[in-house]
Design a protein around this ligand. Structure first.
Ligand SMILES: Nc1ncnc2c1ncn2[C@@H]1O[C@H](COP(=O)(O)OP(=O)(O)OP(=O)(O)O)[C@@H](O)[C@H]1O
Ligand SMILES: [Mg+2]
Length: 360
């Protein structure tokens, strides 16, 4: 239970005879005590490197890591009270699951009976009771992953670092483990950073999300802030499923001209000088196919009925890029059909085409 701060944290991997890799390029982050921060970003953007530096498994090239007011830089991993569950599990093969979970508790001054009680309790929560006397070698990857998670949690660390902790679980187990993780994290107040590729997981677990690209944090905010007010084109494009429509255009008299025939009003309160090149962003759920104000004309190119919604790929006159609209599941459209549409003016975003930054 401690707050954590990363200050201008950097990592450059130096490799003999090959160019250096600047994996983390100056991260500043404050994680208040008890917060679960989701770290999202494409493969290779520096997420694991960041966690490994916090855990002490990787030397920092520059900057500081402060936990509970104390700098961690230079301390060996065992002197940082940080729990980790990483992709490689790092379980001890000769020890049983029970012994793996209990490992390190006595070194932390927990007496034997209390340690055994904690292990039993955690095993029950993470559904490992039946596996307590097994050795890791005989476990499936999903089971190993749950052991690694339970081991990190049972130590009651100041800070918990989770790198794709549920990636090998099947759908049902992922749901139950996710719920249990959230409850434990809340109840015990672990300050947590969670790396995941799964946006739904990030949204359901995280108090705030940091989106990272090329070793740099692009935006930090609540899941709603990241989704509703993306700071730049990268964040808009990276977060959200189905992905946001991004349509280049030019500002002309309070509207954005996407083509000779198609103009979209600028969002309320946004002023941009005429002639400026911008990109209009609108999520498929905000492309509205009904209502008296639906003044744009489109043609259905493809309609995909899905379980909980439909997705219509639309062509707008003179606009190169197709526009995807999300429809209610009962809607049925046919290829070639003409539709009227509009972009929800309260949920349309405008980005500077050159810098990619949101214009507000
Ligand atoms: N030991 C290393 N030596 C050299 N380069 C490395 C090393 N570890 C990571 N890198 C490089 O650093 C960059 C960041 O890697 P990192 O593993 O932190 O990415 P990541 O965000 O965790 O990606 P993923 O989502 O695929 O796990 C990548 O370009 C990677 O190739
Ligand atoms: Mg990684």
């Amino acid at each position: 239970m401690a707050d954590m701060a990363l200050r201008d944290l950097r990592k450059t991997y130096r490799r003999k005879g090959r160019p250096d890799v600047a994996a983390v390029r100056g991260i500043d982050l404050e994680v208040p005590s008890g917060e679960l921060l989701g770290l999202l970003g494409p493969s290779g953007c520096g997420k694991s490197t960041t966690l490994r530096m916090i855990a002490g498994l990787e030397e920092v090239t520059g900057g500081d890591i402060v936990v509970g007011g104390r700098s961690m830089v230079g301390l060996p991993p065992q002197r940082r009270n940080i729990g980790v569950a990483f992709e490689n599990y790092a379980l001890y093969p000769p020890l049983t699951v029970r012994e793996n979970l209990a490992f390190g508790l006595s070194a932390r001054g927990v007496d034997k009976r209390e340690a055994a009680r904690r292990v039993e309790d955690m095993a029950r929560r993470i559904e490992l009771t039946d596996l307590l006397d097994a050795k890791p070698g005989g476990l499936s990857s999903g089971q190993k992953q749950r052991v690694a998670l339970a081991r990190a949690l049972v130590r009651r660390p100041d800070v918990l670092l989770l790198d794709e902790p549920l990636s090998h679980l099947d759908a049902a187990q992922r749901d139950t483990t996710r719920r249990e993780l959230k409850r434990l994290q809340r109840d015990l107040g672990y300050t947590t950073i969670l790396v995941t590729h799964d946006q739904e997981e990030a949204v359901s677990l995280a108090d705030r999300i940091a989106v990272m690209k090329d070793g740099v944090i692009q935006q930090i905010g609540t899941p709603d802030e990241i989704y509703d007010r993306p700071a730049n084109l990268f964040v808009a494009d990276f977060v959200g499923e189905p992905v946001i429509n991004l349509l280049p255009g030019r500002v002309d008299g309070g509207a954005v001209r996407l083509s000779q025939a198609v103009r979209v009003p600028l969002p309320e309160g946004v002023r941009v000088p005429d002639g400026r090149e911008v990109v209009v962003g609108v999520r498929p759920e905000d492309v509205l196919l009904s209502g008296a104000e639906a003044d744009l004309r489109g043609t259905v190119a493809v309609y995909e009925p899905l379980l909980e919604m439909g997705l219509a790929t639309l062509r707008l006159e003179g606009v190169d890029k197709a526009v995807v609209a999300q429809t209610a599941p009962e809607v049925r459209l046919n290829a070639g059909e003409a539709v009227a549409l509009r972009f929800d003016p309260h949920r349309t975003h405008v980005f500077d085409a050159e810098t990619g930054e949101a214009i507000r």
